[in-house]
Design a protein around this ligand. Structure first.
Ligand SMILES: Nc1ncnc2c1ncn2[C@@H]1O[C@H](COP(=O)(O)OP(=O)(O)O)[C@@H](O)[C@H]1O
Ligand SMILES: [Mg+2]
Length: 367
């Protein structure tokens, strides 16, 4: 009797918002997949602070990064245990985990991008094969190593007669253009939640502005908005990707000339996120009529209103309206990427990353 190959994969995503880890169990035996269970585990404050601290130069970084990676893996192992319990599945039924790790530096122009992880530790903790380090091979092949999710967006939301664009609003925002002729392209548009979160944390001491309520009470600052929108990143032609290395509080502060009220700046940063996404779509996805929004930013009501008005009259809806909860899309993408790697198939999309060709991504740590 031949053993059936498991089609069950786990995706673990911890993105540039540095908020926590999203975990999903997906079964690929039903095309394109069946979502089995999901869980979200926020980072304990100490771990979050350390992961954010490691985004810039500091003392004894190598040691601190190694310890943070270990702590991150322990949180990831908890997330795996939680989703497996919810799915009522044993670890041995899982083919592999797709582990993103935590980006602490993204410098494709210098040919590197660093995701903190210790996949060996996660494999030991879970007893499951782990696929990790998805970005380095694409970068070695001349790509940006990002975004890696467009191919999956194509699998999940492509094939429609409508010209769709998937917009993921994480710390950084990226979009995927799904043309009805089957062409898939994608790139990072710029800041998503990262600036909103950082400004809110500084002035209110809260990790994010829930539903954009604070921003909604502020006034738009047109001069500041114009100044922020004039940043050269927004005018760059794709393929392009960015990170917190570039879009951070220092970037905002460089543009602050007058003594603006903090609330008005928050309001203006919401407009910046929405308008730069809309401008990128107008410039590079002409003819698109349907916008599917995912990532935590889709839960920010103020940001969604702003995005709708920037994209009107095009239809804007969350991916939940298309059957996938907004916080699960990126984690599902990493489950899918792990499966592509185990099958020996390329996971990158050269049209999105700029790599010289398709590449099998990541490294495999066998259970
Ligand atoms: N109710 C909400 N109101 C406003 N912002 C929210 C809400 N829920 C989530 N977010 C935003 O979403 C972020 C998390 O989104 P996520 O998709 O996990 O991003 P990443 O992939 O970068 O980690 C939070 O940091 C916060 O900015
Ligand atoms: Mg997150």
């Amino acid at each position: 009797m031949t053993e059936r190959v498991s089609e069950i994969y786990i995706g673990l995503m911890s993105g540039t918002s540095v908020d926590g880890v999203d975990a999903v169990v997906a079964d690929f035996s039903a095309a394109p997949l069946r979502r089995v269970a999901a869980a979200y585990l926020p980072f304990p404050t100490g771990l979050r602070d350390e992961l954010i601290g490691l985004q810039r130069a500091g003392e004894d970084e190598i040691h601190r990064a190694a310890l943070a990676a270990n702590a991150l893996m322990d949180r990831c192992a908890e997330a795996v245990a939680t989703v497996l319990t919810r799915a009522q599945l044993a670890s041995k039924t899982v083919a592999a985990i797709g582990l993103h790790g935590q980006t602490v530096r993204h410098r494709p122009e210098l040919a590197y991008s660093v995701q903190l992880a210790n996949p060996a530790r996660l494999a030991e903790r879970t007893g499951i094969t782990v696929v990790a380090d998805f970005r380095s091979r694409d970068i070695a092949a001349g790509g940006q190593g990002a975004p890696l999710v467009p191919a999956f967006h194509g699998v999940m939301f492509g094939g429609s007669r409508a010209h769709r664009v998937v917009v993921n609003i994480g710390g950084i925002a990226n979009l995927t253009d799904l043309s009805p002729d089957g062409t898939v392209r994608g790139f990072d548009t710029g800041p998503g939640n990262a600036l909103l979160d950082a400004w809110c944390e500084r002035h209110l001491g809260q990790p994010f502005d829930r539903d954009g309520a604070w921003a909604a009470g502020g006034k738009l600052l047109p001069r500041l908005l114009a100044e922020l929108e004039s940043d050269r990143y927004f005018a760059l032609a794709p393929p392009k990707s960015t990170g917190r290395d570039y879009f951070n509080l220092q970037w905002v502060e460089r543009h602050l000339q007058s003594a603006y009220s903090a609330e008005d700046v928050q309001r203006t940063l919401v407009a910046l996120t929405a308008r730069t996404i809309a401008a990128a779509a107008r410039a590079h996805c002409s003819g698109a009529t349907e916008f599917l929004v995912c990532g935590g930013g889709a839960n920010n009501a103020m940001l969604m209103r702003e995005l709708e008005s920037s994209l009107a009259p095009r239809r804007v809806a969350s991916t939940a309206a298309y059957g996938v909860p907004v916080t699960e899309v990126e984690a599902l993408a990493f489950a899918w990427l792990a499966r592509e790697t185990l099958a020996g198939r390329a996971g990158n999309l050269p049209a999105a990353t700029g790599a010289s060709g398709p590449r099998v991504l990541g490294a495999i740590y066998r259970a």
